[in-house]
Write a protein that binds this ligand. Structure first.
Ligand code: MF3
Ligand code: CO
Length: 254
């Protein structure tokens, strides 16, 4: 069941997104060669709590951290650890905030130091997938218009498109209906309506589509160990426009 949000509820979700935006911006400032992802995780948790929020991922279905930190071939749900980031890594930062019961969700992938041209192209095109998906998120369109736009851009580039995980409704809880796949498959195709709050999140690989979950039960990585990128925004469908509620650390809402 899709839970539509009122203008007042969207205002509360917007506040949650603002705390998320500030936290992500600080995290990106900290990323450097030699930094560990657990240092980033601890900062994120402390920053969110200091600003009266709760990390939305911590304890969610048993997830053990506040941040997902996905390095190189890790697609999503990388658990922060003591390994140090090195020059040329790409790091996916995925974070959720609960502010007064209102949930936001965003992800951003950045390079550590200088990265290869191939890695850079992957980041740019995945970002573009998100932008094109968001552009389709307008009243009257359907969810699969978002999916098709994301898919077309990644497919044209020859990249792998992750099937097992998708975007989702968000706001009252972390994962609500509808599901928003990054490809067009069978399944429901609801019309996009005023009051929907959606998390759109392309997960795109330099190699094949297929991913596997590691023994820890969380880490998702590409089966061919190719690099993977992940960008996510929380957006709200308003009566007359679509508002991107999260802002990426480069200042972009798209
Ligand atoms: N942004 C991810 C998602 O939408 C993060 C979930 S991580 C979890 O699914 F730990 F909370 F599950
Ligand atoms: Co999400």
């Amino acid at each position: 069941m899709i839970k539509l949000k009122t203008v007042d509820e969207i205002a509360r979700i917007r506040d949650s997104c603002m705390l998320l935006n500030d936290t992500l911006e600080e995290l990106v400032r900290m990323v450097d060669v030699g930094v560990t992802t657990s240092e980033l995780d601890r900062f994120a948790r402390d920053y969110i709590v200091r600003h009266h929020g709760k990390p939305a991922f911590l304890g969610y279905e048993g997830y053990p951290a506040s941040l997902c930190a996905s390095v190189n071939q890790v697609v999503i749900h990388g658990i922060p650890d003591k390994r140090r980031l090195k020059e040329g890594d790409i790091l996916g930062l995925d974070l959720g905030v609960d502010l007064g019961g209102y949930i936001s969700d965003a992800a951003y992938t950045i390079g550590v130091g200088r990265i290869s041209p191939e890695a850079n192209a992957l980041l740019e095109i995945t970002k573009d997938c998100l932008r094109l998906g968001v552009q389709q998120a307008v009243p009257g369109n359907r969810i699969k218009d978002i999916s098709a736009a994301v898919f077309a851009r990644a497919h044209a580039a020859g990249y792998g498109i992750v099937r097992q995980f998708c975007g989702h409704g968000v706001g009252f809880s972390l994962h609500e209906d509808p599901q928003i796949p990054n490809y067009v498959g069978p399944g429901p195709n609801p019309r996009i309506k005023n009051g929907m709050v959606l998390a759109i999140e392309p997960m795109i690989n330099l190699g094949v589509d297929e991913v596997e979950i590691l023994e820890d039960g969380w880490t998702v990585q590409t089966v061919d160990n190719s690099l993977s990128a992940h960008f996510e925004h929380t957006i709200a469908i308003l009566e007359d426009r679509t508002e991107v509620l999260t802002v990426h650390p480069n200042g972009s809402r798209l």
